[in-house]
Design a protein around this ligand. Sequence first.
Ligand code: 9J3
Ligand code: ZN
Length: 293
Amino acid sequence: MTRHIGAAVAAACLTLLLAPGVQAADGSPAAAGNPYERGPAPTEASVEALRGSYAVAETSVSSLAVSGFGGGTIYYPTSTSDGTFGAVVISPGFTAYQSSIAWLGPRLASQGFVVFTIDTLTTLDQPDSRGRQLLSALDYLTQRSSVRGRVDANRLGVMGHSMGGGGTLEAAKSRPSLKAAVPLTAWNTDKTWPEITTPTLVIGADGDTIAPVATHSEPFYESLPASLDKAYLELNGATHFTPNSSNTTIAKYSLSWLKRFIDDDTRYEQFLCPLPRPGLTIDEYRGTCPLGS
Ligand code: 9J3
Ligand code: ZN
């Protein structure tokens, strides 16, 4: 009897070890239970790096070929051996173009996301419109784009700068199925976001005089439900336009948030909890730890 149980257990273990589905594409043992992890175990250096482990290609999407937003550029991992990837669409701010947030495209895609930086229909579009455009772009990405087969349509997120950050909040409010939202020095006349159920990382800048944190990012963060996975990162020595250039602090925490909530990748929780302490680049950090509980 004991021997039979032992043999059964041994057989089950062998099956588990040999089952193709439990081995990651890089040959490492798959993390028990998370089929969405992509890329190697993260380190402080890897989340701060200019590029992750994936080679990235890009394809431009003409405004003439789409509706509901203004076209853009899709950055995607070239690998087809790691299954599909989660995706994030990013909107620029008032009067700005995709070029203003382009640095985030290859930076995030090389870590294992399909990233779509968009133009808006007009550069004067307001946050509510930008929110709808983010969602139109997600629908285009997952349903009609040339890379749709590389995207997991069930694991999507939104980001944006300024009025695009305001649009990020609008998009999350209207589509609760979104897995992550990261507004960057967001601007919106609506100061209260209790309707949002998507895990949200609000990033503000201490020196922002266009969307001052006291009247934008801070009330946005504080009005999110207390029960929500949420965080507030206030950049130190930063302005409204800090998100328009390559920035290690923005990249590190945005990446960790997207990984944690789009990929369910708890390997990245180490960068989010316990709460990061203020320092050279962080003026203040608020959040709810542990995450995902
Ligand atoms: O997208 C933004 O930079 C919004 C800040 C702004 O110019 O608001 C004034 C109407
Ligand atoms: Zn509101």
